[in-house]
Design a protein around this ligand. Structure first.
Ligand code: NAD
Length: 253
């Protein structure tokens, strides 16, 4: 028996990076998993590789109708929903607050905050029908501490932290647990593109940022996926409203 045998999960932003690592680890632990991501990304290839325990449902998490349809399709395909991983996220422009446009601010909130709201809103009925479940929201260390860059991103991740605690309280009586994960510096396509878009050298960045960590290196997507498997499984049945920091010790200082 796997740690997630019999369970059905949905991972937003599951096509690449941390989300794809979560999909792979959850399938290996015995879950059936819906990958929900933008239509033109590699989500289809991932489920073609992983086989019948996975499905791809294209959706933009900033659009309520897309999210609702993806959750309905997941329940239609697999018969239930036990686990929602609200992982889809974007970084946003690295500009000081006084240079940001309203549209730049709004887009980050639409994906990172409203996407979590829509996912949670439409998952509650099937999670209740399953007798309870687990919602795992991807925040960031920058939902815990400040940093002098990317203001809309940090605001969005702070919001996700407290949405998780609020929903933990709202749905505890339904046996729906809600927790946030706070990754530190994880090497993914999002980070690589962000560094390149700033004119930096990705490999040099990886080495230099890694050296700032007490553990001496950046994390990889599996470091987060193992935390997701734990919070998704019944091993964490007494854990709700908690903040799991996975950052190689970066925020200890
Ligand atoms: P990534 O860019 O590698 O992957 C993000 C995925 O989300 C992609 O597949 C993308 O297509 C999808 N996505 C983006 N916008 C979407 C939308 N509107 N609708 C549906 N899907 C959408 O990112 P990642 O590094 O794997 O990050 C995953 C999550 O972890 C994000 O919420 C991110 O903020 C958070 N996080 C990442 C790091 C890190 O260092 N990588 C650190 C802290 C938090």
């Amino acid at each position: 028996m796997g740690r997630l045998s019999g369970k059905v999960a949905l991972v937003t932003g599951g096509a690449v990076g941390i989300g794809a690592a979560c999909v792979r680890r959850m399938v290996a632990a015995g879950a059936r998993v819906a990958v929900v991501d933008l239509p033109d990304g590699p989500g289809r290839q991932l489920v073609a590789e992983l086989g019948e325990d996975t499905r791809f449902f294209p959706a933009d998490v900033s659009l309520e109708a897309d999210v609702a349809a993806a959750i309905t399709a997941t329940v239609a395909a697999f018969g239930r929903l036990d686990i929602l991983v609200n992982n889809a996220g974007i970084a946003g422009p690295n500009k000081p607050t006084h240079e940001l446009t309203e549209a730049e601010w709004d887009r980050v909130q639409a994906v990172n905050v409203k996407g979590v709201f829509f996912g949670t809103k439409h998952a509650i009925a099937p999670l209740r029908a399953a007798g309870g479940g687990s919602i795992i929201n991807l925040s960031s260390i920058y939902g815990l501490v400040g940093a002098p860059d990317v203001p809309p991103y940090h605001a969005s991740k702070g919001a996700v932290r407290l949405m998780s605690k609020t929903d933990a309280l709202l749905y505890a009586a339904d046996r729906i647990r809600v927790n946030s994960i706070h990754p530190g510096f994880i090497w993914t396509p999002m980070v690589e593109q962000h560094v390149a878009s700033m004119g930096g050298d990705p490999e040099q960045h990886r080495r230099e940022v890694g050296a700032l960590h007490p553990l001496g290196h950046m994390g990889d997507p599996d470091d987060i996926a193992w935390g997701v498997v734990y919070l998704a499984s019944d091993e964490s049945k007494f854990v709700t409203g908690s903040e799991l920091v996975i950052d190689g010790g970066y925020t200890c200082r």
